[in-house]
Ligand binder design. Structure first.
Ligand SMILES: [Zn+2]
Length: 308
């Protein structure tokens, strides 16, 4: 996933499904994007002010999902799993048309999105992809919730710790290096909730589209989904999936070791705001065709710009 040039889709792909929180059916078409455009959502159910840039600064709510909002108050929510799928599909630029305010939840993971995105080839654009690397540790601590990033030569690594009182979820930890480890368990891991919280969530007007088809529901000592779990660490793996999707809102491919404890969408967004403010600790890189093969030997990135 370390490409020199930016990439987009060669043809549009579409899918339909139900929003986890709204319960509304919607259709999404992912169209090719222009270079340096990034990921843009387009609410085609609205005539004007309908573009919403997938940028961390546009996150206005991150309670149970990530919601993006433009300056005219037009929103799109539950974007995180689709953004993670774009990360894993190696797509930098796309215009995502949607006819409602929420991305369909599909099966609760990024698996269906990846399957759909396999139906299009990628095209390489002339501009180079931008990678971001930290030169020193940046950390955010909020009580028991912690998140940090430390320098790494050439990969993104995520080390996530989860600690639930529930006996099924309990303490889970997983560390994934996205250059060296297989990402399938991350991609396939579904969103989850505690059975005891469902009534409260529904009273708040959320999870109207939630079901055992799109979320793992955990009672005190059992998983209520008949098929059980998809992998041993599905809970923490889903948190890693969320984090990867939310980090794409930085506008860069991140190179570094991220450690997170008890985090979620909200902490990740606070952290992105803190991290991207510290420009003296950030390096923005492009890769170069000649050096990408050398890099595999020397294990270091080619630095083209400092303090961007
Ligand atoms: Zn999620």
């Amino acid at each position: 996933m370390q490409s020199v040039n930016q990439k987009t889709l060669s043809n549009p792909v579409s899918f339909e499904g139900v929003g986890l929180h709204s319960g509304q059916k919607s259709k999404v078409t992912i169209n090719p994007g222009k270079e340096d455009q990034g990921i843009i959502f387009k609410r085609i159910d609205l005539k004007k002010n309908n573009l919403i840039e997938a940028n961390y600064k546009n996150v206005t709510s991150a309670k149970l999902c990530t919601t993006l909002e433009n300056k005219n108050g037009v929103k799109v929510s539950t974007v995180e799993h689709l953004l993670a799928a774009l990360y894993f599909s190696d797509i930098d630029n796309a215009v995502i048309e949607i006819n409602s305010n929420e991305v369909p939840i599909m099966d609760g993971s990024a698996k269906d999105f990846l399957e759909i995105l396999k139906n299009t080839k990628l095209s390489s654009l002339s501009k180079k992809r931008k990678y971001l690397k930290v030169i020193d540790k940046i950390e955010l601590i909020d009580g028991a919730r912690k998140i940090s990033i430390e320098p790494d030569d050439n990969s993104l690594e995520v080390d996530f710790k989860l600690n639930y009182e529930n006996q099924i979820i309990g303490k889970q930890r997983n560390k994934i290096n996205f250059s060296n480890n297989n990402s399938d368990d991350i991609i396939n891991s579904r969103t989850f909730c505690l059975f005891q919280d469902i009534e409260k969530i529904k009273k708040a007007g959320l999870a109207k589209g939630g079901s055992l088809d799109n979320a793992i529901v955990v009672d005190q000592n059992k998983v209520l989904n008949k098929e059980g779990l998809r992998n041993d660490k599905e809970f923490v793996n889903h948190k890693i999936l969320d984090l990867v999707g939310d980090f794409l809102l930085s506008g860069y491919r991140i190179v570094g070791k991220i450690k997170c404890e008890q985090g979620g969408h909200e902490l990740t967004n606070l952290f992105l705001r803190k991290m991207l403010d510290q420009t003296k600790l950030l390096n923005v890189f492009e890769l170069n065709n000649i050096f990408i093969s050398k890099r595999l030997k020397s294990n270091s990135f080619v630095k083209l710009a400092v303090n961007a």
